[in-house]
Design a protein around this ligand. Structure first.
Ligand code: ATP
Ligand code: MG
Length: 394
């Protein structure tokens, strides 16, 4: 019929935006175009609240769908066909569409749902369904109608600028287009939690940079490679990620030498926060993000979080705070970071792990312990020695 395949892209929350809707729609369109730039000769535009994407037929449908459904702000994608706005032509195109499905999937029953968004079209929604259904029955002899439990539910959408016939809705992640909600610096370990935390904030439109702490030579270069692999996977959703890499060993050694052993983890975490904040303040509107989860480990009890949080002024986002570990693990599997996270490389936190970490720390006592350290100088030295790597999608 034409040399391009059509895809209908639906936005989720973007549609609920009031005055700002044109802005969100414009950014979402840019993001979708962004993931399709390597294909030539594509067209994408908004049409009455739906995004219509046209891509040359020779491009693999699966690949297009995989790319588009990863764009934040996209609620679902459907491969579709376009028909002329004439009920005869619509019936023919629908029958042709069904023939393909019979061939590919052996479907036997169907149901048509007509929708008339263009009120100038003379036939009403239920009638569109009936006429198109009758045409399909006539052309595709093996099919019968089942209104309750059909193998295929076919949608016929008559809109102002065209008529679209489609079936599957492949779910996207929803959320808001990247770049519409500030910037965040994720404290990225090689664990399961922090990549999920980064993903969740990016899904709300936040641009992400990362900071990773290691204790080389106590931690291996392979441990850092694992974090780079995690960032590369995340970059598949949010584009190139800038990663700041900091060696924490000099600070850990100072803490071990001068402070009570049971406080080591907490003192190290307070330094991580300070260093992260000092990297983040150099950018406008940045916040910090961590993968902390209430009660998961000794350093994440309510009391410990008070002590960690009090060291920075900047807002700290903890998107996983109330989630159960199993749900975080499921999310990690869904976004493709889980298998990387479970590779057994050591984290800097585990290098000087105290035997009995404090679980109910007192802020005043921790602050007292820090008096033995030149906190400011240690932070400045760490920030100055940070390495910066840009990690591209994989
Ligand atoms: P994760 O699975 O994200 O490692 P976790 O359950 O192992 O989390 P912790 O090791 O206590 O918990 O770390 C809590 C949070 O502190 C992490 O989610 C991350 O945001 C940050 N963090 C921990 N280790 C590092 C590191 N080496 N570099 C950067 N951030 C870190
Ligand atoms: Mg960890």
């Amino acid at each position: 019929m034409n040399e391009k395949n059509i895809y209908i892209v639906r936005c989720g929350e973007v549609a609920l935006k009031g005055m700002n809707k044109p802005y969100f729609e414009r950014v979402l369109l840019e993001r979708v175009r962004g993931v399709l730039t390597s294909y030539e000769n594509t067209e994408s535009k908004w049409n009455d609240g739906l995004m219509i994407v046209k891509i040359p037929k020779e491009i693999d449908r699966e690949d297009v769908i995989r790319r588009v459904s990863k764009v934040f702000g996209v609620a679902s994608v459907s491969p579709a066909v376009e028909a002329e706005k004439d009920i005869e032509k619509i019936g023919e195109a629908a029958a042709e569409f069904m023939m393909e499905l019979i061939e590919k999937e052996g479907i036997k029953t169907f149901k048509v749902k007509g929708k008339r968004a263009d009120k100038t079209f003379p036939i009403q929604s239920p009638e569109i369904g009936r006429i198109v259904g009758a045409k399909i029955l006539k052309t595709c002899k093996v099919l019968s109608v089942d209104v309750h439990n059909p193998d295929c539910e076919l949608y016929v959408d008559v809109r102002r600028e065209g008529t679209y016939i489609f079936r599957d809705k492949i779910k996207g992640f929803g959320g808001l287009p990247l770049g519409t909600n500030g910037k965040g610096l994720i404290l990225m370990s090689g664990g399961i939690d922090s990549p999920v935390a980064a993903f969740m904030m990016a899904k709300r439109g936040m641009r992400i940079e990362a900071v990773h702490f290691h204790s080389y030579p106590y931690t291996s270069p392979r441990a850092q490679q694992k974090v780079e692999d995690l960032c590369a996977t995340l970059a598949g959703y949010m584009g190139t990620i800038r990663m700041h890499v900091v060696n924490l060993l000099p600070i850990q050694e100072e803490i071990v030498k001068n402070c009570p052993e049971e406080e080591t983890t907490l003192l190290v975490r307070r330094f991580m926060m300070r260093i992260a904040e000092s990297i983040a303040v150099r950018k406008k509107d940045m916040m910090l993000i961590t993968g902390e989860d209430l009660g998961q480990v000794a350093s994440q009890t309510a009391e410990a979080l008070v002590v960690t949080d009090s060291v920075v002024k900047m807002p700290v986002m903890r998107p996983l705070i109330a989630m159960d570990k199993v749900d975080i693990m499921d999310k990690a599997k869904e976004i493709g970071t889980y298998d990387i996270s479970i590779q057994p490389y050591e984290d800097c936190c585990t290098v000087f792990l105290p035997k009995h970490p404090v679980t109910k720390p007192k802020l005043s006592k921790i602050e007292k312990s820090e008096e033995a350290l030149d906190v400011e100088a240690l932070v400045i030295a760490a920030v100055d020695s940070a390495e910066v790597i840009d990690i591209t999608p994989r």
